[in-house]
Design a protein around this ligand. Structure first.
Ligand SMILES: Cc1cc2nc3c(=O)[nH]c(=O)nc-3n(C[C@H](O)[C@H](O)[C@H](O)COP(=O)(O)OP(=O)(O)OC[C@H]3O[C@@H](n4cnc5c(N)ncnc54)[C@H](O)[C@@H]3O)c2cc1C
Length: 356
């Protein structure tokens, strides 16, 4: 896909279908990179790109994954910081390098690239970085959504220390729930595995028994809360098992995956976008980083992935800038040249080309 090829009719038709007026930015204003999502991954990328003197916009819908948590943990030098403070500091840092922060939602990206926002604004970009994170699917248990990130938790590396030695529970839901219970056991000797909807094998029972994780059968219906703290877990038969925190493995769905599939990015078997070590997707000019690529990535890992993607993106742009400069310096009669051959080769073969 060449950066110059785009389908304006498609952009306009989509906007008309949504009954919205498109507000085109100044035609001369082409961002080097539009970053979709301003969490740890997106802002880290924007910092590197801004410092590389690229014209960058970060469009963010304002719902980072860890927003329900009071504090973020495990991020070297920021351990214990409120999540909103990390992002506020990040936004201030990127603004210092001229990065534009746009509070909006990206609703579509058309080839070329034209980034359509919910407000009707359209941003034009040479490259795209998608850093939109994931959504956490929670079970239909009374109180689950309200307690999420407080005392209904998923990650012991994020919250285990804060609830160490307490009476903990692990909810059986998806594959991997027993492994999760055996992991949580590292933080407390008092762990209950609530089988809930999980069908335990005899080998799994043996593992839980061996590590003295108590198994409680029956469906969980409610998280019992007293004085705004988790007090217990209620089962369908009315029993309440006293617990102060419960862990579970949520299902994860990439946010705005339609943006990536719409651009033709290949997905892996798990339904997440397939990328190389730098976050480059299978679509020309499109990178992805953070939880949208890997739901297990922590804040610091997501920030690192954003940084790595930014460095690769800048190198890609440098290469294009060189090719354009060489093409512009050649005679205008359009005769064959090595630079023209290299450009055509890059457009047709992408990364499969050999170096001439
Ligand atoms: C409850 C909870 C607590 C956690 N605590 C910790 C912790 O203590 N330490 C730790 O290391 N990790 C923690 N994590 C994991 C952490 O949240 C992730 O590692 C991190 O948020 C991933 O960063 P990201 O930039 O990929 O995505 P996010 O931080 O989720 O940011 C994505 C951003 O993209 C925006 N967005 C999505 N779609 C669009 C769109 N179409 N247009 C524009 N913007 C869009 C979202 O609104 C969001 O602001 C926690 C997770 C949860 C669920």
């Amino acid at each position: 896909m060449d950066a110059k090829i785009y389908d304006m009719a498609k952009v306009q038709n989509t906007a008309q279908a949504q009954n919205k007026a498109l507000v085109y930015d100044d035609r001369s204003k082409v961002y080097d990179v539009v970053v979709v999502g301003g969490g740890a991954a997106g802002l880290s990328a924007a910092l590197v790109l801004g410092r590389a003197r690229r014209r960058v916009a970060v469009v963010d819908a304002g719902a980072p994954r860890n927003a329900p948590a009071a504090r973020l943990q495990g991020y070297l030098s920021r351990d214990g910081m409120p999540p909103a403070d990390l992002l506020a500091a990040g936004r201030a840092e990127v603004a210092g390098y001229g990065v534009e922060s746009v509070e909006d939602q990206v609703v579509g990206i058309d080839a070329g690239f034209f980034v359509r926002l919910a407000s009707g604004r359209v941003l034009k970009a040479r490259r795209i970085l998608v850093a939109t994170g994931v959504g956490d699917d929670l079970p239909e248990i009374d109180g689950a959504r309200q307690r999420w990130g407080r005392d209904l938790l998923h990650c012991p590396y994020c919250h285990g220390w804060e609830v160490r030695d307490q009476p903990l529970g692990v909810l059986g839901t998806l594959t991997g729930s027993v492994q999760h219970a055996l992991l949580v056991r590292q933080w407390s000797e008092d762990v209950v595995f609530f089988a809930h909807t999980y069908d335990l094998s005899s080998a799994e029972r043996a593992q839980l028994d061996a590590r003295r994780v108590r198994i409680v059968s029956g469906e969980v219906v409610r998280l019992v809360v007293e004085d705004d703290r988790l007090a217990g877990v209620e089962l369908a038969d009315g029993r309440v098992i006293a617990r102060t925190a419960v862990f579970l493995r949520p299902g994860n769905v990439p946010h705005a995956d339609g943006l990536l599939t719409g651009l033709g990015c290949r997905l892996d078997e798990a339904g997440f976008v397939a990328v190389d070590a730098t976050g480059q997707t299978s679509a020309f000019g499109v990178w992805a980083a953070g939880n949208v690529v890997d739901p297990r990535a922590q804040l610091i890992t997501s920030a690192g992935a954003g940084s790595a993607a930014a460095i690769a993106l800048n190198a890609h742009l440098v290469q294009e800038d060189v090719e354009r400069a060489v093409a512009a310096s050649e005679p205008a009669d359009g005769v064959f040249s090595a630079a023209m051959e290299a450009r055509v080769s890059r457009m047709v073969l992408g990364d499969r080309r050999h170096g001439i």
